[in-house]
Design a protein around this ligand. Structure first.
Ligand code: AMP
Ligand code: MG
Length: 479
């Protein structure tokens, strides 16, 4: 399909007018293509030749409007750093509609009804970060939004310094957030809360459509998907950075890539968001925060779902849904095929070990994927190898109970523990070059993002420990 045939649907507009505002994009000046993502294009059957169609830049810039579209921004609320904000909404995102179940949206398209005091724009650096990381997360097997392309421009926008405006075209199976439910709950618009729930069930939980107990089961599945998602984040070393309820997807996806990070050296308490002085959204606290966020969602759903039943499900999240999901992820990383109770202790011990060893998270697990009893490769990468030595005694004893061969274990681990992740210093390199008009590194990182488990000799330099001077880069929310 080419842009001539691209026809979108706008299901969300069948909801009451309070759910959205029809909004025309405000185009950027002198837009140009930075990158086109053929892997995302495939999902919506868009020909890869679209990359060379000048209308693609116009599509992202809002000057080419596809068939079936009535652009709109969505309304939502949310708890930001624990405080309730009664109306947020898409302050800089404009939805074009959906195709093949993917809702297409541009981010940075100018002011909307929900922009409040901000400019509706997105700066080039944060746009490149979102574009690349959403793709990387997908290839790491983590549910996420995707991105079809990115454009830059000459439009000046004010951040900590003058930046240039950019637009990412994002795609998601759903853009509904926990905060969308909160909006209608806090304004006591329970009919609309119900119609939102009906809409979300059709969009993201269609198997529940005809179930008499569908509202409760819907809530249960949101809890389960969230537990699995956060366990995967933890496994890969992902720190979201802004887990406000307006950034929590009702479909259990990773959404809204802001000041995120993939851990350099393992650090349970790492906080990637400079704005987050209290460390509310630290790497290690992500399960607790998601529990809190789910609790806020449950509160918003009390007009239509029994409170006690929801509380029971929330208890399950803490008691076993999240812990089990996490232990499963970690078993995978350790190459353990059998599920033994003792694994919980082994994994707890590993977390303490990683914390005390000053070791690169990704490099540790990748090196470990080739473990054959020789401890030296692991000692070599840890600043303090002593805890690793102690923990390997436990691991060796545990391995003795496995029936898998060493080869089978190593093969499985090499498919679970990536060689390449997009660390902040790599993204910064791509951004620095892009700001000088060189987008080659964006393409390189897009390629690396799509091949996390492969050996890519030409990109070996990105597989090692993060260079000391680039470790623990923190970013702020304003972008
Ligand atoms: P975030 O922390 O990026 O999830 O954003 C929180 C809220 O602020 C959302 O409603 C965003 O749409 C809005 N927002 C963030 N940046 C801008 C901006 N530059 N212009 C308008 N709204 C924004
Ligand atoms: Mg957001």
């Amino acid at each position: 399909m080419t842009l001539d045939n691209l026809t979108l649907q706008t299901e969300y507009l069948s909801l009451d007018g309070e759910f959205y505002e029809l909004t025309d994009p405000t185009p950027l000046d002198d837009p140009y293509l930075i990158s086109f993502n053929p892997m995302a294009a495939e999902l919506i059957d868009l020909d890869s030749s679209t990359k060379d169609d000048p209308r693609f830049v116009a599509l992202l810039n809002g000057t080419f409007i596809p068939k079936g579209t009535r652009p709109f921004s969505m309304c939502y609320a949310g708890h930001q750093f624990g405080n309730y904000a009664p109306r947020l909404g898409d302050g800089r995102a404009i939805n074009l509609g959906s195709i093949n179940g993917w809702h297409i949206q541009t981010k940075g398209s100018g002011e909307t009804l929900y922009s409040r005091t901000s400019d509706g724009r997105a700066a080039l650096p944060s746009s490149i970060r979102e574009y690349l990381m959403s793709e990387a997360m997908h290839h790491l097997g983590i549910p996420t939004t995707r991105a079809l392309g990115i454009i830059g421009s000459q439009t000046k926008i004010l951040r900590n310094q003058i930046e240039r405006g950019a637009i990412v075209m994002r795609m998601s199976p759903s853009w509904v957030r926990f905060g969308t439910f909160e909006y209608f709950y806090y304004f006591k618009e329970y009919d609309k809360l119900r119609s939102l729930t009906d809409y979300v069930i059709i969009e993201s939980y269609p198997h529940l459509q005809d179930d008499e107990d569908r509202y409760y089961k819907f809530f249960c599945e949101v809890v389960e998907r969230t537990a699995k998602l956060i366990a995967k984040w933890k496994g890969i070393g992902f720190n979201h950075g802004v887990m406000n309820t307006d950034n929590m997807s009702i479909a259990g996806l990773t959404i809204d890539y802001g000041p995120y990070a993939i851990l350099d050296d393992f650090d349970y308490g790492f906080v990637c968001n400079k704005t987050d002085k209290a460390g509310r959204y630290s790497y290690g606290d992500q399960p607790n925060v998601s529990y809190w966020n789910l609790t806020m969602l449950s509160k918003a759903l009390t007009p239509i779902i029994d409170k006690e039943r929801m509380q029971k499900k929330l208890d399950d999240f803490g008691n076993f849904l999240y812990p089990d999901a996490y232990i499963d992820v970690m078993r995978g990383k350790l190459g353990l095929a059998l599920k033994l109770d003792e694994d919980v202790e082994l994994i707890k011990d590993l977390i303490g070990t990683l914390q005390d060893s000053y070791v690169d998270h990704t490099l540790f697990f990748r090196t470990f994927s080739r473990y054959d009893g020789d401890r030296m490769p692991l000692f070599d990468i840890a600043m303090n190898p002593v805890p690793v030595d102690g923990w390997l005694n436990l691991y060796d004893a545990r391995l003795a109970k496995e029936t898998r061969t060493q080869n089978e274990r190593q093969e499985a681990m090499l498919k679970t523990n990536p060689k390449y992740v997009l660390k902040n210093y790599m993204l910064q390199e791509a951004i620095d070059l892009a700001q000088k008009g060189d987008f080659s590194m964006v393409e390189t990182l897009l390629y690396i993002a799509a091949h996390p488990f492969d050996e890519l000799p030409e990109f070996e330099r990105f597989a090692g420990e993060t260079p000391e001077e680039h470790k623990n880069i923190c970013l702020s929310c304003s972008s």
